[in-house]
Write a protein that binds this ligand. Structure first.
Ligand code: GDP
Length: 633
């Protein structure tokens, strides 16, 4: 489920537009939801022309825009940026735009609203021109500008179709296997107990999950989940979610806390960040100044340590270390905003580069600055993935060697990537306990490609050789051109996943069976009858092949219906079993016997008996000593 957030100057018509689009005025949401007996998720819902449902976070009246923009670490997928055509770009328009930019909101649509108030087309063109200029260089630089009137309901269709297009281009929320829900509201529902709402990111939550309320690490359990208007067993990343939690009381939880699985996250009271002071900021930022930090759904007080510069000027970027007045949950890559406490002013923001720095950094340290620079270029996880992409598959230590990461950083990144199944250990069923630096790793994408190729090769083999039970392992290996080690690991994985089946030296599609044509079936029956009536002097390999054809003959051997014991001697399975049992019984009764004695017993020709005895020698069941043989002990 995608989420849109509205932004724009107060009174420019955001709520009216949301109401026109959704039929719900945001201020009335709560009571309507109460009437419907579903939980008020603080959202309005919009159905796009293609039927897709989209959540809208609106900021009615004067409620704090930033708090809402940040609600949920993942924030919003796209912005509905509202500018009134009669007033045009205002200071708050620019501030909100700057914030969308800091948060790197993926896309958006500009609604140039209240056009029913404009008679003068030139004015409208002028305002549009202004808007274009304001958008230049921001995340919304390419956003479509759609003139609308919420009051007259004009332009709404085009607005929806533009939103639809923009949303289609925004990426799906990633599932890193470690869900977190920054709480934006806490309340109780009679008979249920504590309910929290937020936008879920980085993983899924399930009913029954044990959870931790961070940073206090209070343990509780997910008793119920609701997304949109429905009760769910699972909530997916990106969903607006209400969680009913048992084991915690409402007064133990507050806005800004985070619901996560136990031990997935560590709270932090200090972080290294990249920061940009907005060009519109009224003053420079000084070392040690106090600011308000907005991150996730939390708001706290932080002290700024300016690491590489005395004073940061408006429009400039720099490295800060933030000392927080209380612990929060944050990870590398999270976006944040800083504001001046009073008079209230948005200063700027940026991205968390290290959420768990080892300590206080000395200012102006070249080492520290270089390390932060390197981290910003790419996280250890990024670097590992880049290296892995270069080699495709290889021993883990080789991947690390390409990154210049130290062992500790690599270890952390590895855990992260393994949790999100981006790096896959190929051997030992991926069991982390038995992995070493020599273990073979690959990326999920590369593994999928390789697996598809292997499966296709086997499929093609079946098509080209319908009378073969499976593809010889060695033939498959040479087609894939993989090392023995990689090949063995791949086949083991595919067999474990039941994508392939193994049968001795053959690899086959699960459940693949040879199907003979009616003509072939008839020839086979005829041949088998010959074997039955021939007793211990069956048809030769050549005769059998000319009866059914070479391919069908090979299939019968493959299927074990015929047992070929030498270049020209073959028995039916039954005949073979009877003869072997009988021969072994003879040896047990007589100790040692010559080939002639065995032949006489069966009253058959020497050719069959010799071939069979040599076959038994080779199988290690009998052993030859001069002219006689005996059972091998
Ligand atoms: P918000 O603060 O951005 O949510 O703005 P509102 O939606 O509360 O609208 C502010 C004022 O503008 C209200 O008086 C609305 O009736 C009015 N308004 C909103 N949209 C339109 C429109 O399309 N045309 C006209 N003429 N007035 C509008």
């Amino acid at each position: 489920m995608k989420v849109i957030g509205t932004a724009g100057h107060v009174d420019h018509g955001k709520s009216t537009l949301v109401e026109a689009l959704t039929g719900t005025h945001p201020d009335r949401l709560k009571e309507e939801r109460e009437r419907e007996m579903t939980i008020d998720l603080g959202f309005a819902w919009l159905t796009l022309p293609n039927g897709e449902e989209v959540g809208i976070v609106d900021v009615p009246g004067h409620r704090d825009f930033i708090e809402n923009m940040l609600a949920g670490v993942g924030g919003i997928d796209a912005a509905l940026f509202v500018i009134a055509a009669d007033e045009g770009v205002m200071p708050q328009t620019r501030e909100h735009l700057a914030i969308l930019d800091i948060l790197q909101v993926q896309g958006g649509v500009v609604a140039l609203t209240k056009i029913d108030l404009i008679d003068d087309q030139d004015w409208l063109s002028m305002v549009e021109e202004d808007v274009r200029q304001a958008l230049a260089g921001t995340v919304l630089s390419k956003a479509p500008i759609v003139p609308v009137s919420a009051r007259k309901r004009t332009g709404l269709e085009r607005l929806l179709s533009e939103l639809s297009e923009v949303l289609a281009k925004t990426p799906q929320r990633s599932d890193l296997g470690r869900p977190r829900l920054p709480i934006d509201r806490v309340f109780t529902i009679a008979g249920f107990g504590t309910v929290v709402t937020g936008t879920l990111s980085d993983g899924s939550l399930r009913v029954g999950d044990e959870v931790e309320i961070m940073p206090a690490r209070l343990r509780g359990r997910v008793r119920g989940l609701q997304t949109h208007k429905k009760k769910e067993d699972v909530a997916l990343p990106g969903s607006r979610t209400a969680v009913n939690i048992s084991g915690v009381t409402v007064d133990q939880v507050r806005r800004g806390n985070v619901v996560a699985h136990p031990r997935d996250y560590n709270p932090t009271s200090r972080m290294d960040v990249r920061f940009r002071l907005l060009p519109e900021a009224s003053q420079p930022i000084r070392h040690n100044s106090q600011v308000k930090l907005f991150i996730g759904s939390d708001e706290l007080v932080a002290r700024v340590r300016l690491l590489g510069i005395e004073e940061l000027q408006p429009g400039d970027e720099g490295w800060l270390q933030l000392e927080l007045n209380k612990p929060v949950v944050a990870v590398r890559g999270d976006r944040y905003i800083l504001r001046r406490p009073s008079p209230g002013e948005t200063l700027g923001g940026g991205i968390v580069v290290d959420a768990q720095p080892k300590g206080r950094h000395r200012r102006f340290s070249d080492d520290t600055l270089a390390r932060l620079e390197a981290l910003a270029q790419g996280t250890p996880a990024d670097l590992l993935m880049q290296a892995l992409t270069m080699i495709g598959v290889g021993p883990f230590k080789e991947v690390i060697a390409r990154t210049n990461l130290d062992a500790a950083q690599a270890e952390i990144a590895l855990d992260e990537l393994r949790a999100s199944r981006q790096i896959i250990f190929l051997e030992a069923g991926g069991d982390p306990a038995i992995q070493t630096p020599d273990s073979l790793v690959t990326s999920r994408g590369y593994l999928e490609q390789l697996s598809t190729r292997v499966i296709q090769e086997v499929e093609h083999y079946h098509q080209a050789n319908p009378l073969r039970r499976g593809m010889p392992r060695e033939e498959l290996k040479s087609r894939i051109k993989a090392s023995s080690r990689l090949f063995a690991a791949l086949i083991a994985r595919l067999v474990a996943e039941e994508a392939l089946q193994e049968n001795g030296p053959l690899v086959l599609q699960p459940g693949y069976e040879i199907h003979f044509s009616p003509d072939q079936e008839r020839a086979i029956s005829k041949l088998m009858r010959r074997f039955e009536s021939a007793g211990f002097a069956p048809p030769s390999v050549k005769e059998s092949q000319s009866e059914v054809g070479e391919a069908v003959y090979a299939a019968l051997v493959d299927l074990g219906k015929l047992v070929q014991v030498s270049a020209d001697v073959v028995f039916s399975k039954d005949g073979y079993d009877r003869m072997v049992t009988e021969i072994l019984r003879l040896f047990d009764a007589n100790g040692s016997l010559s080939a002639a004695q065995v032949r006489d017993h069966f009253n058959t020709s020497r050719r069959y008996v010799l071939a069979l005895l040599e076959h038994l020698d080779a199988a290690g069941l009998t052993v030859r000593e001069g002219d006689v043989r005996r059972r091998k002990t």
